[in-house]
Design a protein around this ligand. Sequence first.
Ligand SMILES: [Zn+2]
Length: 111
Amino acid sequence: MTRNRLNVRTGDTVRVIAGNYSGATGQVLRTIPAKGQVVVADVNMRKHHRRPTQRDPEGGIMTFEAPIRASNVMLVCPHCDEPTRVSRRHDEDGTIERICKRCDNPIPTAG
Ligand SMILES: [Zn+2]
């Protein structure tokens, strides 16, 4: 099985570049590498109708973000504020930095 390394990480700001939410920008809430999917805040919202239960006597409609394909999003560089591809570079202290292909600045990893 091939390794699934996603192009984005939790906490990244991404632009959706394909699909129903094309053009939307949001923060990555969760990544699902095994499925090649990501969950992006306010993107691909789904409604879930819940009937009242004892724990949740109100029931009603809950909205939540459904996962989308990681290939449909691009990382937004905080320096040039554009969707970009990244390269990886090993830092002097051994950590891996992600480098914006547009402006050559390292992209910080949130969290
Ligand atoms: Zn940049």
